[in-house]
Structure formats: C-alpha cells, structure tokens
Design a protein around this ligand. Structure first.
Ligand SMILES: Cc1cc2nc3c(=O)[nH]c(=O)nc-3n(C[C@H](O)[C@H](O)[C@H](O)COP(=O)(O)OP(=O)(O)OC[C@H]3O[C@@H](n4cnc5c(N)ncnc54)[C@H](O)[C@@H]3O)c2cc1C
Length: 404
C-alpha cells in the first residue's frame, strides 16, 4: 500500500508528490497526459508569476535549481487605470528585497518537477493513466485506474488520496464535496510579446482598461508574458487576430509604459471561473490546487496559493511522524484544513473582488482614485506587498526557506 496517491501530475500534483517523496513517503502519481505531450493542460506555454514565497518553496524542494532556463525576476509591480492619473507601484527596493518574485514558463517548471519526480526513489509514476473512481475503506482508499494507451484497468491503494485534478475535478464530486462555481463570463488570452526596447526592466504591470483588465509580466530579454481578460467573443477574436492587429490592440490597452510592441507569438485561451470546494478534506482525501480553489488569474495567485498549501500539508504530515504512521488520519487532515482555511478564503475573496471590480466600467473613476490613494498611503503598501509576496497567515517552514 502507498502512503499517498496523487491524482493529477500537473503543476500542483507534481509539486506535492516531490515534497512528500522527499520526506520518505511512498508516493504514487497518476497523470492522464504525459508531461512531454504538447497537449498537456497544466505544463503548457503560459508564463506564471511565482511570488517570493513560492520560489522559496520550490528552492527547498530542489526544483528551482533544475529549471532549464533562468526565471525572470520581478522587481516592481505597477497597477494603473487607462485614461486615469492614478497608479500604484510596489517596489522591491522599498520593501528592501532583491525581488518580489520571478516569472517562469509552466512547461519549464513542469519539466523540472517531473525530472525531480523521476529521480526520487520510491515514486510510482503511472502515465498516461486516468484515475476513474475511488472507494474509501476505514484505513485506506482505493482508486480505479485506466491506462489510456492500452485501455487496461487496474487499481491502487493508499492511506491518503491527494486530488490534484484541476478545477473540474471528477473525484472531488465522487467524495460528495459541494463546490461553488461562479462564471465570470470572461476568458483570458495569453501569449508572449516582444518590445523593441525594454524601458523599465523587471517590471510587471496590471492594467485596468474600459475593454477589461490585462497583465504583462517580464519573461526574459525583451519578452513579456501577457494576459488579456475579455468577454468570450472578444477573447476568441483576439486569439485568432493577425499579429499586427493584436500588437495594435496591446499597445492601445497598455500605452507605451512597457515600450513599443514589435512581435507577438502564439496565443492560447482560457475560460475564467471561480470554483471553491466547501471542504478541502474528506475521509482519507485532501483536495489541492485548482481542485480546491480555482481563482481568477489576474493577481497571479492560483499556483502560489497551491504551493503554500503543499508546503503546509507536507509540514503537517512531517509533524505526524517521519514518516507518519497514518498520513491519511482524520486528525492530520483536520489540522491541515484548519491551518489553511484563512489564507485560502482571503485569496478567493481578494481575487473574486478584483475580477468583479475590473469588469465594472461604472467604477472606473473610483478605481483611479483608489489607486492614487493607495500609492500615497504608506500603511496600505506593505499589506498589499505581503499579499503579492505570498505571505498570507502562518508561514510553513518551506515557505520561510527552511527544510522540513
Ligand atoms: C491564464 C492563466 C494565467 C495564470 N497565471 C498564474 C500566475 O502567474 N501565477 C499563479 O500562481 N497562478 C497562475 N494561474 C493559475 C495556475 O495556472 C493554476 O493555479 C494551476 O495551473 C493549477 O494547477 P493544478 O495542477 O492544480 O491543476 P491543472 O493545471 O488543471 O492540472 C491538473 C492535472 O491533472 C491531470 N488530471 C486531471 N484529472 C485526472 C485524473 N482523473 N487522472 C489523472 N490525471 C488527471 C490533468 O491532465 C492535469 O495535468 C494562471 C491561470 C490561468 C488560467
């Protein structure tokens, strides 16, 4: 019997599996789509902003040093409203930090995670295999598996099942966990764009515009990762627009703060919705990552929250013994859920409010004023900076840069 079975080997599942295997737990990972597959839904072409805390966790897991291309530091974040004077800025210098976080391509991070997983002893990797159903007994949980290459079925037993299937998790439903879903009637269009000349190095932008919000994050050299949030129709048009049209659109949204846009790469589209599980644990199961909380991407919080959850779960299990006698015990799971409740609720509330506020054109002048006020209020900045840095609530050892 395994100690922990991780269903889903995307960014969250692979990170959790690495954290637990490094503790000496017997871990199995079941992933439906091979990491090298161009259609892998988690380890794709997106660029992700990883907050300082997240970088510390990945460094402690010895994954960060394995990145095949260097991550790009973010030293400042500027938040502005198109057509308004108000803008707010969070600066690493002002916080006396080297940087606020780093940007990495999901595929690059995913490959580093899977390399680590394959190196670690005692990790049983099943891929391309789908977990189809689960059955819980008093001391264990059994998942029924389907090999997607051969069609053969089988099963695997573990003390704990970590569900890391992403936002539309079928196993979450199998555990009878109620989930709140709220569509934003929006989609995100993502891609890479090059500027002719970098004007403000290592700066990220969040920009509210009458057409919807957008974000730009530094992605190395003169490249930026962009996220444009728009209605489904508008997003579909932007995805298929010819390059010159999209470059002009980006320039119109951003102005020239980041420079003159010169080239734009392939784009992808993601429908946006909030989903939040009412409980993050069930008997012998824990939900992690987007399966627990899938949030709006504008504030770059989703995977960062998942990393803090993973670090807390690993620490809770480590405190239960080394290795714990029963990693799926109700007592350990309750301890974990209590620890993480507040940070998870704060991130959901913050990102949901931001999503709704950013889509509301009536509030536009207010947003400009609020940004100006924020920039002038010395007490507000460290608060938001802590949020951006990923320092919500009680910090785990990994998040503080300490070994487990
Ligand atoms: C446009 C956009 C930009 C974003 N930018 C940022 C950012 O800058 N910073 C940040 O912190 N977050 C960001 N996020 C959020 C982040 O991408 C998600 O939080 C993260 O991808 C969630 O990872 P996950 O592994 O939990 O779920 P997923 O990425 O959905 O992965 C789930 C995995 O499970 C597998 N799977 C599913 N079901 C099964 C099954 N039954 N059996 C086997 N395998 C299964 C899937 O194949 C997949 O590999 C962004 C999100 C979007 C949409």
């Amino acid at each position: 019997m395994r100690d922990v079975l991780v269903a889903g080997g995307g960014l969250t599942g692979a990170s959790l599996a690495v954290a637990l295997a490094r503790q000496g737990l017997k871990v199995a990972v079941v992933e439906a789509v091979a990491p090298e597959d161009p259609g892998q839904p988690s380890l794709d072409d997106r660029t992700s902003a990883i907050a300082r805390t997240g970088v510390r966790i990945l460094r402690q897991l010895d994954v960060w040093p394995q990145l095949s291309e260097p991550a790009s530091p973010i030293r400042a974040v500027e938040i502005s409203e198109r057509g308004c004077f108000g803008s707010a800025r969070i600066d690493a210098d002002a916080e006396e930090l080297e940087n606020l976080g780093c940007v990495v391509r999901n595929r690059v991070l995913g490959m580093a995670l899977w390399k680590k997983l394959r190196e670690l002893k005692g990790v049983d990797i099943r891929c391309p295999v789908r977990a189809r159903s689960v059955e819980t007994e008093s001391g264990s949980v059994t998942a029924c598996l389907e090999d997607l290459q051969t069609g053969k079925t089988g099963s695997i037993k573990a003390r704990l099942l970590a569900v890391a299937e992403g936002a539309r998790s079928p196993l979450r439903a199998a555990f009878g966990i109620a989930t709140r879903h709220a569509g934003y009637a929006q989609a995100a269009v993502t891609g890479l764009v090059q500027v002719r000349r970098v004007i403000q190095p290592a700066t990220a932008w969040e920009r509210f515009t009458p057409k919807g919000p957008m974000a730009l994050i530094p992605a190395g050299g003169n490249r930026y990762g962009f996220v444009i949030v728009a209605s489904h129709n508008e997003a579909a048009k932007l995805k298929d627009m010819e390059d010159a049209g999209l470059l002009a659109h980006l320039q119109e949204l951003m102005g020239y703060r980041a420079g003159e846009f010169a080239r734009v790469g392939r784009r992808a589209i993601y429908p946006l919705a909030l989903s939040r599980a009412a409980e993050v644990t069930a008997p012998r199961a824990v939900l992690v990552g987007a399966a627990a909380n899938n949030v709006h991407p504008l504030a770059a919080q989703g995977f960062n929250l998942a990393l803090r959850d993973i670090a807390a779960l690993a620490e809770t299990l480590a405190d239960g013994g080394c290795p714990p006698a029963d990693p799926g015990s109700a007592e350990l799971l309750a301890r974990y859920a209590n620890w993480r409740r507040r940070d998870q609720a704060n991130v959901v509330r913050f990102t949901d409010a931001l999503a709704r506020l950013s889509g509301n054109s009536i509030l536009r002048p207010l947003r400009g004023l609020a940004l100006q006020a924020f920039d002038l209020a010395p007490s507000a900045k460290p608060l938001l900076a802590r949020f951006a840095l990923g320092q919500g609530g009680r910090m785990s050892r990994l998040a503080r840069g300490l070994p487990l």
